[in-house]
Design a protein around this ligand. Structure first.
Ligand code: T4K
Length: 400
């Protein structure tokens, strides 16, 4: 049998036509361009480009209002925001964190001289399993860094109880969770502080950017100094700080996009429904769902592929989809513990992380956002259905 090497071969089996353009995960949502241009023109007129300019101040107010939190401090990106939060909370030694996350979560700890200790995740929620967290605590542990993966809140109550019992700091990487809520409270209000990313690929973006949110006045005051080199007024430095400032251009993007956030949300919800409809009944595919009581930004469309039932492994599906211009992503394969330097530091970590390993081998993220239409999604789903229905034939050719 002829080996399957390209989409031409898949078409020969009767696959739906290939997409003319690549369909990408993470296409930015962009608000009203005229409004953005007005902001940009004002920035240039004022000749005030960064260092706590008027748009950053306005953005800060609007963020805090939207999230219902006392302090929402804009930062230049989510990774630096994490580093600042870790530093401001005086974390030392070991911090417990999931491995099933973007590498920035682990790197932010390592960059600050801390050891990320990876704990396993719950197979249903994909977020930290509180029992695994408790089992990972040692005398050197000073904090827990949970990740609200895919915008789904961690078990904040259980993690807060563990943190209280063991006198640990608790913070959340909320990079995926802007605009999400948990138990009626907006994400941004949990733990000692929470960190957002406003990267271009996020549901809500400032092109590059992030924010640290907290209801703790003294922590906020410290963070505000630390993001500006530790300066307290002219010529007086009171902390080790860094340059974590958000520039005015990014705040302009943020203010523009905040105006349209409900439209972005509506597009994501519409798209998720289109995936639900299109994937219904395809054996071996499970679409991750959020709890009905929570508000979700539906930023990531996450599908688990059970290779035995679908007939093809996740990695074969991934390759075939890419051949057809559907650029699905294997977030977060292979797990931070299998990337450097963590792989070398703890080569056996995978044994303690069975759910992470399982998920990292099964998950695919699909395109959504304002640049993806329900018609395109219907086509993606038709392609997936075709792959499942022809899995036996395709398997033979892939192996050939
Ligand atoms: N914590 C978590 C849990 C995170 O997911 C992230 C970031 C962070 C912390 C750190 O926050 P930041 O420091 O980034 O603010 C992307 C993003 O760069 C990254 O922000 C994000 N997570 C991660 C999940 O995704 P890559 O390596 O996948 O990026 P890349 O260049 O492959 O782009 C992704 C897709 O987006 C592609 O399909 C192309 C498309 N794209 C990208 C950009 C930048 C566009 O269409 N337009 C664009 O402008 O990391």
């Amino acid at each position: 049998m002829k080996a399957l090497r390209s989409s031409t071969d898949l078409a020969a089996l009767g696959a739906p036509p290939m997409f003319p353009e690549p369909l990408l995960v993470g296409r930015p949502n962009i608000g009203n361009k005229e409004r953005l241009f007005t902001y940009l023109s004002e920035i240039l007129e004022r000749r005030w480009l960064t260092n706590h300019g008027v748009l950053v101040q306005e953005f800060e107010r609007r963020l805090a209002q939207y999230l219902g939190v006392k302090h929402a401090i804009p930062i230049c990106n989510g990774t630096v925001a994490l580093e600042l939060a870790i530093r401001a909370l005086d974390l030392t030694g070991e911090v417990i964190v999931p491995s099933f996350t973007f590498i920035a979560t682990a790197h932010a700890l390592h960059w600050q001289g801390l050891r990320p200790v990876f704990a396993d995740v719950d197979p249903n929620t994909h977020t930290l399993d509180p029992a695994a967290v408790e089992a990972a605590i040692t005398p050197r542990t000073t904090g827990i860094l949970g990740v609200h993966l895919w915008g789904r809140a961690c078990d904040t109550e259980a993690l807060a109880a563990i943190a209280r019992r063991h006198n640990l700091r608790l913070l959340f990487d909320a990079a995926h969770a802007f605009g999400c809520s948990h138990g009626g409270t907006m994400i941004g209000n949990f733990g000692d502080c929470e960190v957002f990313s406003f990267h271009a690929t996020k549901f809500f973006n400032t092109s590059e950017g992030g924010a640290i949110c907290t209801n703790d006045d003294s922590l906020a005051a410290k963070l505000r100094l630390m993001k500006n080199f530790g300066f307290q007024g002219y010529d007086n430095v009171v902390y080790v700080g860094t340059n974590g400032k958000m520039p005015e251009i990014c705040a302009a993007m943020g203010l523009t996009n905040l105006e349209e956030i409900e439209d972005f949300l509506a597009a994501n919800r519409r798209n998720l429904r289109a995936y639900e409809d299109g994937l219904r009944g395809i054996e071996g595919l499970t679409l991750a769902r959020m709890p009905s009581e929570a508000r979700s930004n539906c930023q990531y469309v996450v599908v688990e592929i059970d290779a035995d039932r679908f007939g093809l492994s996740r990695d074969v599906v991934y390759r075939l989809l890419h051949d057809e211009q559907v650029i699905a992503r294997r977030y977060f394969h292979p797990g931070c513990h299998r990337m450097e330097p963590y792989r070398t530091l703890d080569p056996d970590a995978g044994r303690r992380l069975p759910e992470t390993e399982r998920l990292a081998g099964r998950v695919l993220c699909f395109p959504t956002g304002t640049q993806t239409s329900p018609e395109q999604i219907a086509q993606i789903c038709a392609l997936l259905r075709f792959l499942q229905e022809n899995a036996r034939d395709i398997r033979g050719r892939v192996a050939a």
